[in-house]
Design a protein around this ligand. Structure first.
Ligand code: ADP
Length: 546
C-alpha cells in the first residue's frame, strides 16, 4: 500500500546553525544578550567613571584648598619658609651664573640637587632625608603629612612655579610647573584640575592646584597629583562583577532559550514528520495542538488540511470504484448479448433486439464517458473568476423555448414565471443554462405525466434566484442530504430502468455537476422536497458582486 512508502525530508545544506531553527534561536538570543551586556558595561562604566572622576576631582580640590589655607595663615609662619627658599634660590642662581654662562632654565636645577644622578630623571626623595634647603624642612614635613592623608603626591611650588618641596621626589630636581594648566588657572584663583600623563611616572594622572595667597599676593601653590588607576581600580572591580553576573545570566538565558526554542521547534518537527507520512500515503496523520499561538494555529490548519486530503482521497477512490462499476454494467450487457449473437441465434427478432440493446448500451457508455469527462474538467477548472455582469433573461427565454416541447410531449404542464427584467449577475451564461437543463431534465424524469413543472426567476434581496419546481415523486428526507454526491441515486433500480429508456444520465452524476457549476459561478443551491408532493431546487447568485 502507498502508506508503506517511506518519504524522507530533503537534504538541508548550509552551516549547522542554518539547518536548525532551534540553534538559530538560541544563537540569536545569545548574541543579542551579549551585545546588550557589552553595551550595558560600557554605558555603566562610563557613567561610574565620570562620577568617580568628578568625585575624586572635588575631593582633591578640597584637599588642595585646605592645605593652601593652612599655608597662607600668617600665624603658621610658612611665609618665612617661602622667603628662605627664595633666598636660597637666588643664591643658587648666582653661583650658577658665576660657574657657567648657562641660562636660567629650570631644567638645570637638577644638576644641583642633592644626591644628583645622571640623565633626565628626578631624584626620588629618601624617606628620612630633609629638603636641600633646611629652611623648608617644615614645608617638606607638611607635604608628607598631606600625602599620607590624601593618598596623593603633594608638591608645593613657589610663586614662579618652582617646586619647593615634593612628597615623592627631591623638589629641586623637578621642572618648573608654571605652564601646567592647573597651575595657570590657580594663578587666576580659579578651581582647576587637569588629567594628563605624568612625565615622571608615565601614568595618567589627575592634577589639582590651589593658590597660597597672603594679602592678594601669591606665595605659591599646593599641587596634588593622583594616578587615575587609583580611581579606575574600583570601576574595573565593579565591571568585573557586572560581567560575571552577566555571564551567569547569559548561561541561564541560554538554557532557558534552548528550552523555549525546543518548545517552538518540537511542533514544527512533528509537522514535518506528519507531512512526510502524508507524502508517503498515510492520510490519517494528525499532529497534537498544544498551544493557542501561531504554531498551534498552524497545527490546527495542518490537521484540517490532512482531514480534507483524506476525505478527498476517499471520495476519489469511491468515485473511481463507482465509475468502474457504472462502466462495467453496460459492458457486461454488451458482452452477454454479443456472445449470444456470436454463438448464433436463429430467431431474427431476438437478434434484432439484442443488437438494439447493444446499441443502446453503447450510447449509454458514450454518455457516461462524456459526463465523467465533464466532471474531471470541472474539477480542474480554476474557480473564483466570474464572468462579466450579464442579464440572464434572454438565456432563460431560450431554455424555455428549447425545453417546452420535450416537457409537454411527456404529458407535463410547463409553467414559466419570468419578470420583464432581472438584475445582472457575474456568471457564465452557458454554465447556468447547463444547470437549468439538468434540473429540468430531472423534473421531467421524476414527475409522472399530468403533473406540472415550473421555471421561475426573481430578484430577492441581493440575489438573483432561479427556481425549478415540480409536483412529482419528491425525495425522501433521509436521501436529501446526499443527492449532490457523485453517483448517489435515490432509487437505484428505478434510475437504471429509466436510464435504459432515456439516455440522459441516470447514474447519479447530474446533481453533483449542477452543484459544482453553481459554486464555480459564485452561487448556492438549495433543495426542498416532499415525497409524492414535489421537489423545489433554488439556485441563487449574488447580484453584481465581485
Ligand atoms: P440521476 O442521474 O440519477 O438523475 P442526479 O444526480 O441528477 O442523478 O440526481 C440524484 C438523485 O436525486 C436521483 O437519483 C433522484 O432520485 C433524485 N432526484 C433528483 N432530482 C429529482 C426530482 N426533481 N424529483 C425527485 N427526485 C429527484
Amino acid at each position: 500500500m502507498a502508506a508503506d512508502r517511506r518519504v524522507t525530508s530533503p537534504e538541508r545544506g548550509g552551516w549547522p546553525w542554518q539547518r536548525s531553527l532551534q540553534q538559530r534561536i538560541v544563537l540569536t538570543y545569545g548574541v543579542i544578550f551579549f551585545g546588550v551586556l557589552a553595551f550595558l558595561m560600557v554605558w555603566v562604566g562610563r557613567i561610574v567613571y565620570a562620577a568617580q572622576l568628578s568625585d575624586a576631582e572635588h575631593n582633591l580640590e578640597l584637599q588642595a584648598y585646605l592645605a593652601a589655607n593652612t599655608l597662607e595663615d600668617p600665624l603658621s609662619g610658612y611665609n618665612a619658609e617661602f622667603d628662605a627658599f627664595a633666598r636660597w634660590e637666588s643664591s643658587e642662581d648666582t653661583t650658577e651664573s658665576e660657574e657657567d654662562d648657562h641660562d636660567d632654565e629650570r631644567g638645570d636645577r637638577r644638576d644641583h640637587a642633592e644626591g644628583e644622578d645622571e640623565g633626565d630623571h628626578p631624584t626620588v626623595l629618601p624617606s628620612t632625608t630633609a629638603s636641600p634647603s633646611p629652611a623648608v624642612d617644615r614645608l617638606q614635613q607638611l607635604a608628607r603629612v598631606y600625602a599620607t592623608d590624601t593618598g596623593a603626591r603633594v608638591t608645593i611650588l613657589d610663586a614662579q612655579g618652582n617646586p619647593v618641596v615634593d612628597s615623592q621626589f627631591v623638589a629641586t630636581t623637578l621642572d618648573n610647573q608654571i605652564d601646567e594648566r592647573e597651575v595657570q588657572t590657580a594663578l587666576r584663583s580659579e578651581e582647576m584640575h587637569d588629567v594628563r600623563t605624568d612625565p615622571l611616572t608615565g601614568v595618567s594622572t589627575l592634577f589639582v592646584a590651589a593658590p597660597i595667597e597672603q594679602s592678594n599676593t601669591i606665595l605659591g601653590f599646593v599641587r596634588l597629583a593622583r594616578p587615575l588607576s587609583d580611581i579606575t581600580r574600583g570601576i574595573w572591580a565593579l565591571l568585573l562583577q557586572l560581567f560575571a553576573l552577566g555571564l551567569l545570566a547569559l548561561t541561564l538565558a541560554t538554557v532557558l532559550g534552548y528550552w523555549i526554542a525546543r518548545r517552538i521547534v518540537r511542533p514544527v518537527q512533528k509537522l514535518e514528520e506528519a507531512s512526510l507520512a502524508i507524502a508517503g500515503g498515510d492520510f490519517s496523520q494528525q499532529v497534537p495542538v498544544e498551544s493557542h499561538d501561531e504554531i498551534g494555529a498552524l497545527g490546527g490548519a495542518f490537521n484540517h488540511m490532512a482531514e480534507q486530503v483524506s476525505h478527498m482521497m476517499t471520495q476519489q477512490r469511491l468515485f473511481v470504484a463507482n465509475a468502474s462499476h457504472e462502466l462495467r454494467t453496460p459492458l457486461t450487457n454488451i458482452k452477454l448479448r454479443s456472445e449470444a449473437l456470436l454463438s448464433g441465434i436463429d430467431d431474427a427478432d431476438l437478434s434484432q433486439r439484442y443488437l438494439r440493446e447493444i446499441d443502446s448500451e453503447a450510447d449509454r457508455l458514450g454518455h457516461l464517458a462524456a459526463t465523467l469527462l465533464d466532471l474531471s474538467r470541472l474539477d480542474a477548472a480554476v474557480d473564483g473568476k466570474n464572468g462579466d455582469p450579464v442579464d440572464l433573461l434572454p438565456m432563460l427565454h431560450n431554455v424555455v423555448a428549447a425545453q417546452r416541447l420535450r416537457i409537454e410531449q411527456n404529458g407535463l404542464n410547463f409553467h414559466v414565471e419570468l419578470p420583464p427584467s432581472l438584475p445582472s449577475v457575474r456568471v457564465w451564461p452557458e454554465q447556468i443554462e447547463s444547470i437549468l437543463v439538468n434540473l429540468l431534465d430531472n423534473a421531467l424524469k421524476y414527475t409522472p405525466p399530468g403533473q406540472s413543472v415550473t421555471l421561475s426567476a426573481q430578484a430577492i434581496a441581493d440575489n438573483l434566484q432561479i427556481v425549478v419546481a415540480d409536483t412529482g415523486n419528491g425525495i425522501p428526507a433521509e436521501d436529501l442530504p446526499h443527492i449532490f454526491e457523485r453517483f448517489y441515486r435515490v432509487d437505484k433500480a428505478r434510475s437504471r430502468r429509466s436510464a435504459a429508456q432515456s439516455q440522459s444520465s441516470g447514474v447519479g452524476l447530474g446533481l453533483s455537476i449542477v452543484k459544482t457549476l453553481v459554486e464555480q459561478n459564485g452561487g448556492r443551491i438549495d433543495v426542498q422536497s416532499t415525497p409524492n408532493a414535489g421537489t423545489v431546487f433554488m439556485v441563487s447568485f449574488p447580484v453584481n458582486s465581485r
